[in-house]
Design a protein around this ligand. Structure first.
Ligand code: MN
Length: 253
């Protein structure tokens, strides 16, 4: 039986209290794990270790990396001081994910980056972020943090024709959900914007030099069951990871 490619998902610290004591966890939203599993991958959760030999061990078992959503990336990583609108930051998560993202960039590991993950990937590659889109764009910004009873699509995005994202999703103006107050500002060198919201906010980036280095600002893991075009992001990522497995098995790399 063909081996399922192993997709590492970076975790976050989840507060957990019992009997008045704190027993925090490393966790990943179940929706990401289920989306990767349904796409044919093996999802594994990566604790936020800062021990280099542990990170090396992660690397030996990974075929692909998924950077999930979460807190704001500290602006110190793109050369800015924090504005009042900046929200919660986890310095350890920033450090660990930046190490992993830079290594993925250096070694062309397939990466799917979602929401914060997209922003983190852009920063890892040398780009910057809007610390708050509503401050940066003023009244011309759409409402990008939806308040709905479910996670259904909220606004459309225009995909760049001929981009990897367009090819993978198979449509030019998919409807997406929206749970963010930050966004990519300066796109990192070697990347290009491939999805734009109607107000001009960048909602997708991809590398022009790697085999699969793709970030989206929305949350496909909350949409794929009812909107199949969003599942293609996970299946394309797993398929690219599978090619790496095949290459290693044949001794090509
Ligand atoms: Mn949005």
């Amino acid at each position: 039986m063909q081996r399922r490619p192993v997709i590492g998902l970076t975790s976050r610290v989840c507060a957990f209290n019992q009997d008045g004591k704190s027993y925090d966890r490393f966790g990943v939203a179940i929706a990401y794990c289920e989306a990767v599993e349904a796409a044919g991958g093996t999802p594994i959760i990566l604790p936020l270790s800062e021990e280099p030999s542990v990170l090396n061990s992660y690397w030996r078992i990974l075929d692909g990396l998924l950077l999930p959503g979460g807190q704001d990336v500290s602006p110190q990583h793109y050369g800015e001081d924090p504005r009042p609108e900046l929200e919660a930051v986890d310095p350890r998560r920033d450090r660990v994910e930046l190490v992993l993202a830079k290594r993925a960039l250096a070694e062309d590991m397939p990466v799917l980056a979602i929401c914060r993950g997209e922003q983190l990937l852009n920063v890892a590659a040398g780009g910057s972020l809007h610390q708050d889109i509503h401050v940066s764009l003023g009244t011309k910004a759409l409402r990008h943090f939806q308040k709905t009873v479910d996670e259904s699509p909220w606004h459309r995005v225009q995909l760049l024709e001929g981009s990897l994202l367009h090819t993978v999703m198979g449509e030019a103006t998919p409807a997406v959900n929206s749970y963010h107050h930050q966004a990519v500002k300066d796109v990192a060198p070697g990347f290009r914007p491939v999805a734009l919201a109607p107000d001009g906010v960048i909602e997708g980036i991809e590398s022009t030099t790697h085999s699969f280095m793709l970030g989206v600002q929305w949350h496909p893991e909350l949409l794929w069951r009812e909107h199949a075009e969003h599942h293609t992001l996970f299946s394309a990522h797993v398929e690219m990871a599978r090619r790496g497995v095949a290459k290693r098995a044949s001794g090509t790399i």
